[in-house]
Write a protein that binds this ligand. Structure first.
Ligand code: TXA
Ligand code: MG
Length: 330
């Protein structure tokens, strides 16, 4: 049902034709796989939400082959232009005021006056965007609330039969989603830590205010209970129980029933690239073995460690049980 496309000229041409026909196609980026649709076609964009099972219309990132094309749809500030020059193509998303007369469907920005734009670096993404010759709206290609996919197999495990095609480009090199920076207000704000570290941005942005509290409203994809595995996850583990699976970073704690090593050398870039595959593996294998939960070792809060810790915090977050809501039942 879902076409598997090879990472070659033929595959790109087929994917671009499907996108131009209003279909949804998953494709690799340097961060995670995206689920793309023609951003100028509201019906095609709506099909993304249906395929993901998103409960409501969260705003999506519009992807472009070139910065000039992105800045035709949003109003670039001098800082936006400088950031684009320094970090595009790459894992940075800029939220900027929509330009009057932009062809991007209102549904892409969920009716907000600001639109998120990004120029990805992955050669297959760039080739696809060039061939499609239009902005492509693309959230991560997972079912709503699940861990982002970093391989075509991850995409198919959740979206087989729900999307037209996937380009199999192997594993995503960065492994965590793009950094989302809101430049639509008076001062730049970090909406989501990601593939470009705040240390790398600082020379241009200065110290970044991390959006807090109201962030879920400003950037609905930032809801706390994102990336939820089935097994409960606890963070900053310094001891491990015999019925727990271990997400290791550096020398592993002894005594775990199951171990996934993010990076034996404690390399944060390697750990980011392996994070989502590790969570998927421990969740599936740990559940199959009847383990009680996943314990994640501490990860330092520098470089890509911010993005890793952000995703782990979301994976660890549990909604209060429904029975807590004023004694409602059923
Ligand atoms: O690396 C990535 O960014 C991947 C690849 C496919 O490009 N895409 C991705 O998309 O992670 P998604 O939809 O899973 O996350 C987009 C994030 C969400 O947190 C969303 O709320 C925020 O960007 N966002 C999108 N448009 C926005 C807007 N207009 N204002 C504020 N936040 C926005
Ligand atoms: Mg996502």
């Amino acid at each position: 049902m879902t076409e598997r496309l090879a990472p070659d000229e033929g595959g790109i041409a087929r994917a671009a034709a499907l996108l131009r026909a209003g279909e949804t196609v998953a494709f690799p980026t340097e961060t995670v796989y995206g689920l793309g649709a023609d951003a100028t076609d509201a019906r095609a964009v709506a099909a993304i939400f249906a395929a993901k099972g998103r409960p409501r219309f969260n705003p999506l990132i519009a992807h472009y082959a070139r910065a000039e094309a992105a800045f035709a749809d949003v109003v670039a500030t001098p800082l936006a232009a400088a950031l684009a020059e320094a970090f595009w193509p790459g894992p940075l998303t800029l939220v900027l005021p929509r330009r009057e007369g932009s062809r991007v469907a209102d549904l892409v920005s969920a009716g907000l006056s600001a639109l998120a734009v990004r120029v990805p670096a992955h050669p297959l993404a760039r080739a696809l965007l060039a061939a499609a010759a239009r902005p492509i709206a693309a959230p991560s290609a997972n079912r709503s609330g699940h861990v982002s996919p970093t391989s075509a197999a991850h995409v198919l495990a959740e979206l087989e039969g729900r999307i037209a095609a996937v380009i199999d480009g192997g594993a995503c090199p960065v492994g965590v989603e793009s950094t989302v920076l809101d430049l639509s207000g008076a001062a730049p704000r970090l909406l989501r830590p990601g593939g470009v570290s705040v240390e790398a941005l600082a020379p241009l942005t200065g110290p970044l205010a991390r959006a807090a509290g109201d962030a879920a409203l400003l950037s609905p994809g930032l809801l706390k209970s994102h990336y939820a595995p089935t097994l409960p996850l606890r963070r900053d583990a310094v001891r491990i129980a015999g019925n727990e699976a271990l997400l290791a970073f550096g020398a592993p704690l002894a005594g775990a029933a199951l171990v996934f090593q993010l990076s034996a050398e404690g390399d944060l870039d390697e750990a980011a690239a392996r994070l989502f595959a590790g969570l998927r593996f421990l969740d599936a294998e740990g559940s199959a073995r009847g383990l009680a939960g996943i314990a994640a070792m501490p990860v330092p809060e520098v470089g890509l460690g911010l993005a890793i810790n952000d995703r782990l915090a979301r994976a660890a977050y549990r909604e209060a049980p429904a029975s807590w809501e004023g004694g409602k039942s059923g």
